[in-house]
Design a protein. Structure first.
Length: 165
């Protein structure tokens, strides 16, 4: 069994899409640990605020099969990948960590694990909340230590009025 650490985000009808994602994750993987949901300003474009969260799932799927399943879930929620990289979206779910795997993009695969987005507060803060003692492969520090170091230079993101657990 593998352990996958996911980031979730939405800024188009985010409450509906994050609830649907949480329901789909529970239906597919059983017990899922969810962080608090945070409100985050759009980065790299003008748009509505995002709601962001993190989740931990246990799965028999390998990293590529899980990524494909998550893309199908995004598509089922109306995700359009034809637009700009930074833009509004119904649902965005990314694999941030997967066991102790380190994976660089190669060939047709865009996957990079640990995901570079881990440096952003909207990814790191919720992951550190639910998995503080998890060590980041290739870095050697825990999520809590990374958040503590980053927190000195970042604004804590406010919680949203939405619970996924």
């Amino acid at each position: 069994m593998h352990v996958a650490y996911l980031s979730l985000g939405s800024n188009l009808d985010p409450e509906r899409h994050l609830r649907a994602a949480a329901d789909a994750l529970r239906a597919r993987f059983g017990e899922v640990a969810f962080s608090a949901v945070l409100r985050t300003p759009a980065m790299g474009f003008d748009g509505p605020d995002f709601l962001n969260a993190a989740a931990i799932v246990r799965t028999e799927l390998d990293v590529h099969a899980l990524d494909a399943w998550l893309h199908a879930l995004e598509a089922a929620q109306g995700r359009d990948r034809s637009g700009p990289r930074f833009g509004s979206r119904t649902l965005d779910i990314d694999i941030v960590l997967f066991d102790d795997l380190e994976l660089a993009p190669s060939g047709d695969s865009h996957l990079q694990i640990p995901r570079p987005d881990l440096r952003h507060g909207f990814v790191l803060q919720p992951l550190a909340q639910i998995a503080p003692d998890t060590v980041v492969p290739g870095d050697g520090r825990t999520l809590a230590a990374l958040w503590a170091a980053r927190r000195q230079h970042a604004v804590r993101l406010p919680p949203a009025d939405l619970r996924l657990d």
